[in-house]
Design a protein around this ligand. Structure first.
Ligand code: ZN
Length: 143
């Protein structure tokens, strides 16, 4: 049976909520809270360089991120949400920082993928250094 009401609820949740289309948010626990803290601390470092709005951060299960080889997701709609799968948090600090900055590129600046190092659709190694990421934010400020 086609449940229109449920469909609407789901659509609304995706539009206004903090659920990704395919990544599943991890349930909040002290452990997940700590993981999210790592991401938020990196965002605080970025905020010393450039003004950023409030960014909703969710840590997700690896599930489909594993299959699709996704390191993170950032909203391209009017929400400002980034999703980071747990596996990305196990990568090097530079890799994690670059992924977070890239997703902020989508979620805050609504940048699409291009051939630049930061907004490339695939992660290239070695990851960008902390200074390169900071310089990228500085370059956005001038636009
Ligand atoms: Zn992307």
């Amino acid at each position: 049976m086609y449940k229109f009401k449920e469909y609407l609820t789901e659509a609304r949740r995706q539009r206004h909520g903090t659920d990704s289309e395919y990544l599943k948010n991890k349930k909040m626990s002290p452990e997940v809270y700590k993981l999210r803290r790592v991401i938020i601390d990196m965002i605080y470092e970025f905020k010393k360089i450039i003004d950023l709005p409030r960014i909703t951060v969710r840590v997700t299960e690896d599930g489909e991120a594993e299959e699709k080889n996704t390191m993170g997701v950032g909203t391209m709609d009017d929400r400002v949400v980034i999703w980071i799968p747990e596996k990305t948090l196990k990568r090097s600090e530079d890799t994690l920082r670059e992924v977070i900055a890239h997703e902020i590129g989508h979620a805050v600046f609504k940048l699409r993928h291009d051939n630049s190092k930061m907004m490339n659709s695939t992660m290239n190694y070695p990851a960008m250094t902390k200074q390169e990421v900071f310089d990228w934010f500085k370059s956005l400020k001038k636009k």
